[in-house]
Design a protein around this ligand. Structure first.
Ligand code: NAD
Length: 262
């Protein structure tokens, strides 16, 4: 018996990074899984890997910035597996890092559409079977950028803070139905989103600096973030809702003031 045996899970943005690692772990833990993202070829590749682990999987090309695509993803889930128990809202984009006088309304709208509205709409279209069964778990992947400054541009950080707050309001709305809503806030991980920073550090011979300000003095492995997502998604977290869990090597726990460490 896996930790997700008998569950039907949907993971958005599964075509790379943390979503990919989570999909593999979910397959290993026995869930029936719908993997959704824009790149169908990558999803096909992932589905093959998941099947090798014994997972039942359906892939659905989905642009989460489009409501019709989200609706179709939800329908594909019901068509394939008849229900939904777990939703991982993982798809996300970074936006730009410009000063306040150069904030771009279009970038803000795109970031909010992809990071925030997609989460709200995926919840809207997938929550009904969870309410009917009086059991469900939604895990939103926000960021330490939603807790503190310094880990992304203004639009990205504000969108991640919005995800954390929606997690709380949705948890209160759905608590009476035994549908839990929680948030994982990753620190620094090497994925497509952060690749340019890792490439730059490697090219300067400074890869050891990446994550070195975390209390654990390193960046995370995608599997370590997937483990936290699995825990919150599973029945092991049955009394946890409305929370955000930083998976960040202790980064947000500390003011980490230069010169103050001995
Ligand atoms: N990597 C980090 O250090 C880090 C830190 C904090 C938070 N996060 C968050 O983790 C989540 C996963 O990101 P990642 O780091 O694995 O990066 P990633 O770029 O590898 O993964 C993001 C995924 O979302 C997909 N996506 C983006 N826009 C989409 C859209 N409109 N429709 C469908 N799919 C879309 C991408 O194609 C990609 O597969 C994101 O929400 C990100 O903000 C990552």
């Amino acid at each position: 018996m896996g930790r997700l045996s008998g569950k039907v899970a949907v993971i958005t943005g599964a075509s790379s990074g943390i979503g990919w690692a989570t999909a593999l772990l979910f397959a290993k833990e026995g869930s029936k899984t719908v993997i959704a993202a824009r790149r169908e070829e990558k999803l096909k590749e992932l589905a093959v890997e998941m099947k090798k682990l014994g997972g039942e999987v359906v892939y659905k090309a989905t642009d989460v910035s489009k409501e019709d695509d989200i609706k179709a993803m939800a329908q594909a889930t019901i068509d394939a597996f008849g229900t939904a128990d777990i939703l991982v809202n993982n798809a996300g984009m970074g936006g730009d890092t410009v000063d306040l006088e150069h904030q771009d309304a279009k970038v803000w709208m795109d970031v909010y559409q992809t990071n925030v509205l997609s989460m709200v709409l995926a919840t809207k279209y997938l929550v009904r079977p969870m309410i009917d069964k009086k059991n469900g778990s939604i895990v939103n992947i926000a960021s330490v950028a939603g807790i503190r400054s310094g880990a992304g541009g203004n639009a990205y950080s504000a969108s991640k803070a919005a995800m954390i707050n929606f997690t709380m309001t949705a948890a209160c709305d759905l608590g009476g139905h035994n549908v839990r809503v929680n948030c994982v806030c990753p620190g620094l991980f090497e994925t497509e989103m952060t690749q340019k920073f890792f490439d730059a550090a490697r090219s300067k011979g400074k890869i050891d600096l990446m994550g070195s300000r975390c209390e654990l003095r390193r960046y995370g492995k995608n599997e370590e973030c997937a483990n936290a997502i699995l825990f919150l998604a599973s029945d092991e977290a049955s009394f946890i809702t409305g929370q955000y869990l930083a998976v960040d090597g202790g980064n947000t726990a500390s003011l980490n003031m230069p010169g103050m460490k001995v």
